[in-house]
Design a protein around this ligand. Sequence first.
Ligand code: SF4
Length: 419
Amino acid sequence: MNVYDGLRIAAMLEHHGLVQTDNVSDADIIILNTCAVRAKATDKVFSALGRIRRAKRPNALFGIVGCVAREAGATAFRRIPDLNFVLGPQSYHKLPQILDNPDAKLLNIDLGGLEKFDELPQMERSPRVAYIPIQEGCNHVCTYCIVPYTRGRELSRPFNDCLRETLHAAKTGAIEICFLGQNVNGYKYTDENGHTFRLSDLIRETAKIPEIHRIRFTSSYPTEMTDDLIDMFRTEPKLLPFLNMPIQSGSQNVLSRMNRPYSLELYTNIIDKLRAARPDIQISSDFIVGFPDESDDDFEQTMNIADRIRYINSYSFKYSPRPHTAAALMPNQIPENIKAARLAKLDTRLNEIQREFNESCIDKTFECLLEGPDKTGRHLVYRTPFMQQCIVPTCADAPALAMIKITAANKASLRGKFA
Ligand code: SF4
């Protein structure tokens, strides 16, 4: 979501005659697009603002947009008095106001709705992978999560607006569409005729666009994985065989304290149905270790579920208390050293599973999407249908979509050659 927001902010400012620079001391305006999901990310924002303040030109404007802006609000101006703007994730389209009135302090952290999508100028060229936000906010209220506070209650964009943006992306360079939402598979829009559209409808319509070869969506909530959506994996070959469906913990007790009221049986049944629909599908997850009152036994159940599902690519974190959340006030917070030991153990196992899956790809051939050159410029990076990085020697006129035979693998990436 932040990648999408960043692209739209850049396009909006280019519309106002600005150009991008990588050099802070050249910039007329410096924007930190921020994430508040973990305490560490929030802390980094304020230390980065301190560095920017010293490095920027005296008249350059600087400020924050996104979830930390929403979380900090006016207190951000107290912490950094010469900050020029603080705009929440649903009001960053108001950023040009600061260009018209640079001496003002611009503060807007309203959770108004989805008006920003109507006010943002269209992007002239789409990246090969186009992110299309179809819903924002979340109604699930997991007890550790700040998103319902920073992005608000769940709102789905009108079906036709989503399709129009998808079509525009396809006509201006997109090959892959990634539908986005905090609770993306909860997408539900009812039009003026009473017709309700779901994510499966969007996938079906998008698959008809000839320029689009790959479709995916993130991030999914287990109980919203309805049969119509599971069936898409059976019927739509353009839908990639890869799904991020966070479980967070393998312990039923912890899940219930997290206010994630699904049973492990229901979660594993959904995975079974997905695998029946698309036998090669691979799953990734997010994990939180060291949630308040997590026992050794609870943690071992998380290790067990990782082994049972064999997630190929996961994001695992130590629990960090966030303001405005119920879990921050729960008793029996887990000491940092125990959280760190559990995270290291889980990461070791997840990395082994990922390496085993990567090695199982050797000698197989996949259609892969070009991401761009690597840092050395001597290689090209492609993405497999399972979102693995695949590195091939650079060549002139490399196709955006290529059949690549995998020749080697490690935990982090694959190597391959054009088939
Ligand atoms: S479903 Fe995801 S975004 Fe929604 S409250 Fe839970 S963790 Fe946060």
